[in-house]
Design a binder for this molecule. Structure first.
Ligand SMILES: Nc1ncnc2c1ncn2[C@@H]1O[C@H](COP(=O)(O)OP(=O)(O)OP(=O)(O)O)[C@@H](O)[C@H]1O
Ligand SMILES: [Mg+2]
Length: 325
């Protein structure tokens, strides 16, 4: 754990909300709804939650691709909106995001090496030879031999394309990479390899990751801490092991019991919690606790006030009126 420096947060997120307009007047999609947390230098911060819980929207906001509707985001202690255009361009290199589908991120008509060099060119580096050398070095580092340089995306496998995308981000020497479902599209047999590559690169370059996935088995292996999102809100945040072994929020408990892998078969049927009902609409979230309409433990208080994320045991936070009861 010594690679992590908790005294120097790379991201400080304070009561961050992101809303999208809809066709209806005065109705918005509350994709992210008042979340607060820090991401420490050198850690892997996992974010889990069901589809539509706001993970991608949060991830895009963390690298300034979407402006906050309310609240504050500091990147390396700096508020991006306070920077001049030129300073912002420089600053943004430090905060990169990778998505699930490498095909969408690669131009099919560009050779691999040109794709890997592209961010350097966009960042204003004019020396083609130096850019090419940096690209080949990054490719070598992610396990892509030199002969791949002149190939086109269609000549590569899914795993190889995802390595190209990682190499592209590395050329900019970022401090933080948001990884949004980066292994979800890969064959199960090569997911482990790619996850190991992320871990190796972290050690080598002191990278910080925000690792977004709906697959708890992926995130619990790679993360130092995990945040659980539901309908745009943070329900629980804690050390990876504590959160997986002793979840405090009924929603996390339900997510874990729906996971086929980490729970012994003998325990599964009796422990499994079936979530009732649909996820409510983010245009009209429930009053109080957003999870209360599906929570097996909900009481009256849950409809009346929204539980605040509270430190229940050191380092382990939960937003639930019933935690500890
Ligand atoms: N550009 C947009 N305009 C309007 N609504 C949006 C936009 N982007 C996302 N949303 C809505 O915001 C909510 C959160 O979406 P988001 O993509 O962040 O969820 P997610 O947790 O990443 O889901 P998934 O696991 O399916 O990727 C959803 O209700 C989605 O429909
Ligand atoms: Mg998403």
């Amino acid at each position: 754990m010594s690679r992590i420096d908790a005294s120097s947060p790379v991201l400080q997120v304070r009561d961050l909300s992101i809303e999208f307009p809809t066709q209806q007047r005065h109705v918005t999609v509350k994709a992210v709804n008042g979340v607060s947390f820090d991401v420490y230098a050198g850690e892997t911060f996992g974010v889990i939650g069901e589809s539509g819980s706001g993970k991608t929207t949060l991830g895009r906001a963390l690298v300034s691709l979407i402006p906050p509707t309310r609240g504050e985001l500091l990147q390396g202690g700096v508020q991006p909106s306070s920077l001049s255009k030129k300073a912002l361009r420089e600053h943004r290199r430090d905060f990169q995001i990778l998505f699930q589908d490498p095909n969408a991120a690669l131009n099919p008509r560009m050779r691999i090496v040109d794709s890997v060099m592209e961010p350097l060119e966009v960042a204003g580096h004019r020396d083609q030879q130096a850019n090419r050398a940096a690209a080949l070095q990054a490719m070598a580092r992610v396990g892509l031999p030199t002969e791949f340089a002149e190939r086109y995306p269609h000549q590569l496998s899914g795993g190889q394309k995802q390595r190209v995308i990682i190499a592209r981000a590395l050329t900019l020497k970022p401090r933080l990479i948001v990884c949004d479902e980066v292994v979800a599209a890969l064959d199960v047999s090569i997911r482990g390899e790619v996850l190991n590559l992320f871990a190796d690169l972290q050690r080598e370059f002191g990278l910080t990751y925000v690792f977004i996935t709906h697959d708890l088995s992926v995130v619990s292996h790679i993360s130092d801490r995990i945040a659980v999102m539901y309908l745009g809100s943070l329900m629980e945040l804690g050390p990876s092991q504590a959160l997986s072994e002793a979840p405090l929020h009924p929603y996390t408990q339900a997510l874990l019991s729906a996971e086929p892998i980490p729970i012994p078969r003998s325990m599964r049927d009796s422990q499994r919690i079936h979530l009732q009902g649909e996820v409510p609409s983010p245009m009209n979230p429930p009053s109080g606790c957003p999870f209360r309409t599906r929570c097996p433990k909900a009481i009256e208080a849950c409809a009346q006030s929204r539980p605040v994320l509270t430190e229940h045991v050191p380092g382990h936070w939960v937003a639930c009126h019933l935690a500890g009861h």
